[in-house]
Design a binder for this molecule. Structure first.
Ligand SMILES: *Cc1c(COP(=O)(O)O)cnc(C)c1O
Length: 245
């Protein structure tokens, strides 16, 4: 499909509906809607559609494939894509291979999916060489899915201790996914487990780094995630209603 005025209209309507649904979910559990950020996941579409999402007002975008992020970022730069004078911010929400670090990190404002010491050390080295810092979240695996990514929860405490020796990583929270196909109740319990982990670890994280953010919830389970305290819902499919076949 080609991007057009019709797709721009559809994407704007989807964005408004997602914002409304997120606000409603917040109100239902007594949370302030401004405490939850929507990360618009652009992985399903070509850069011109992602650009229309930014122009509709969704300036925080998430990608799980570095190459896809690079081409969209390049397109945005070339076309000067903005919303009310704000350019898009990128969050990396999927696995980052070490050979893609150098080219990806300068484009990111946050990495949600840190889950290994090797990756953490390689990122830290790159940041040091550019005298930069990066916000990161640690991805934990609270599911029954053995092939899911993320750190086993038993390894979280030693991992956070190790991260304390990498000062260029500003560790700001945890990311998690729920078990694919789980019931609403199980999903909610899994997300609540992540919030409990965050609360338990808060005391262990030294100094200036604050562990306060929770990246949980996608198109199918953002309500459960918001009830459990999510601060970043990563929404893809619902934003591309009528655009994807
Ligand atoms: C694709 C993806 C999403 C978005 O999922 P939808 O169900 O399409 O909303 C969120 N988080 C991660 C890590 C993803 O890979």
């Amino acid at each position: 499909m080609q991007s057009s005025e019709a797709t721009a209209h559809q994407i704007r309507a989807n964005w408004l509906r997602v914002q409304q649904d997120v606000s409603d979910a917040c109100r239902e559990c007594g949370r302030d809607p401004s405490s939850v950020q929507v990360v618009g996941v652009s992985k399903y579409v070509d850069p011109p559609f992602a650009a229309q999402l930014v122009q509709a007002g969704c300036t925080l975008l998430g990608e799980n494939r570095p190459q896809h992020l690079w081409s969209a970022a390049e397109y945005f730069q070339a076309e000067n894509i903005q919303y009310e004078n704000s350019t898009a911010q990128w969050h990396m929400i999927g696995h980052l291979q070490r050979n893609k670090i150098r080219r990806t990190l300068p484009l990111l404002s946050c990495l949600h999916s840190l889950d290994s010491e090797r990756l953490a050390r390689a990122i830290h080295e790159d940041l040091e060489s550019r005298d930069a810092t990066l916000r990161v979240m640690v991805e934990v695996n609270v599911t029954q899915d053995t092939q899911k990514t993320g750190l086993p929860t038993a390894e979280l405490a030693p991992f956070l201790e190790m991260l304390a020796s990498l000062p260029r990583l500003n560790v700001c929270g945890l990311m998690a996914m729920s078990t694919l196909g789980a019931t609403g109740d199980q999903t909610r319990r899994e997300f609540e487990r992540v919030r409990e982990l965050l609360e338990t670890q808060q005391a262990n994280v030294p100094g200036t780094h604050e562990l306060t953010q929770l990246s949980m919830g996608m198109s199918g389970d953002f309500r459960e995630a918001i009830m459990a305290g999510s601060t970043h819902v990563r929404i893809g499919t619902r934003l591309w209603d009528g655009i994807l076949q």
